[in-house]
Design a protein around this ligand. Structure first.
Ligand code: NAP
Length: 307
């Protein structure tokens, strides 16, 4: 198979790049290994994507992104896990699925990021049995139960409020005395009677026999420990870039696993661009992913023309 621009990842950045690539008259292949839409598919309600003053669900927003991109006949969406990238002249040979190959004149990596684990005892064993990384996916299993949320960023704050739709009580555990997330979300958490705060606390261990039963918390100041009985724990402590699949011999520059790229989304390899959460940058939002995707596609089109 051949195309002008190959895009790995069908989240906001990848689908925007596909739209801009198609509008530049180029053949675009988007490779996706899971459900198109990216992390935002796990977001209950989006109210900071401009143009939708009433807000909308993550699924609605991403369905629109997908429809808009695939309305172009030059855009093909191919399901498959990319396992290898090799240089082929000025372009790339992309290996995916069961050793299928795609030849592309330019490549955009938009593989986003995945939830980060805490790395404490009991976490791995009880994942799926009360330990969750996605409130929208699993919240409804905790109707009338008591749950904990770990983290202090936008995701933890937003999801703690979301979980009060189901849970009887939500305890937010944060390792500092101040939240990182947006002030407007902090207000909502503080004004919600179902949410209790456990600040300056870390989770030391998750206990349970087949399902989560309790957590050992440690006070970071006094080092005293106590037990919190819960039916579930949502670990929402940030994300890690989805770049582990990139073969090391490609020697693509990264910082802490995030791809480094310039203002034109050009990485350390000519013709290979990065867009969205996978890129080293200051703000990870749908609105910034969209900007990255547009710039990456225009840069890729320019690269193809010059080569
Ligand atoms: P984040 O902003 O990186 O926040 C991670 C939180 O987890 C921080 O409060 C951090 O504590 C805590 N944390 C990290 N490692 C920990 C550990 N080992 N133990 C305990 N706590 C730990 O991650 P995020 O909330 O997932 O957000 C990711 C990106 O998506 C951000 O750019 C965010 O703005 C964006 N986002 C935006 C929206 C929105 O606009 N509505 C919604 C969701 C996400 P410290 O604060 O002490 O470092």
């Amino acid at each position: 198979m051949k195309c002008d621009i190959a895009i790995v990842g069908a989240g906001p950045a990848g689908l925007t790049a596909a739209l801009y690539g198609a509008r530049a008259g180029l053949d675009v292949t988007v490779l996706e290994m899971g459900v198109p839409g990216g992390q935002i598919m796990n977001t209950d309600w989006i109210e900071n994507y401009p143009g939708f003053p009433e807000g909308l669900t993550g699924v609605e927003l991403m369905t629109n992104f997908l429809t808009q991109a695939t309305n172009f006949e030059q855009v093909s969406l191919v399901m498959g896990h990319v396992t290898r990238i090799d240089r082929e002249g000025t372009g790339f040979r992309i290996t995916y699925g069961s050793e299928d190959t795609l030849l592309a004149k330019a490549l955009i990596v938009a593989t986003g990021a995945n939830p980060r684990a805490l790395g404490v005892a009991g976490e791995k064993e009880l994942t799926g049995s009360g330990v969750s990384y996605c409130a929208v996916c699993d919240g409804a299993f905790f109707r009338d139960k008591e749950v904990a949320v770990v983290g202090g960023g936008d995701t933890a704050l937003e999801d703690a409020v979301f979980l009060t739709k189901f849970a009887r009580k939500v305890t937010m555990i944060h390792r500092r005395d101040a939240f990182r997330g947006a002030k407007i979300l902090q207000e909502r958490v503080r004004n919600n009677e179902k949410i209790e705060l456990a600040m300056n606390r870390t989770v030391e261990e998750i206990h349970g026999n087949g399902k989560v039963e309790s957590l050992t918390l440690q006070n970071v100041e006094t080092l005293e420990t106590d037990t919190l009985n819960v039916d579930g724990v949502f670990i929402l402590v940030g994300t890690k870039p989805n770049t582990g699949w990139i073969n090391e011999d490609l020697q693509l520059d990264m910082i802490n696993g995030y791809l480094t790229a310039n203002d034109e989304m050009q990485t350390s390899i000519p013709g290979l661009f990065a867009a969205g959460d996978v890129r080293k940058k200051m703000l990870r939002q749908v609105s910034t992913a969209v900007g990255d995707g547009a710039v990456a596609a225009v840069s890729a089109a320019r690269y193809i023309e010059e080569n």
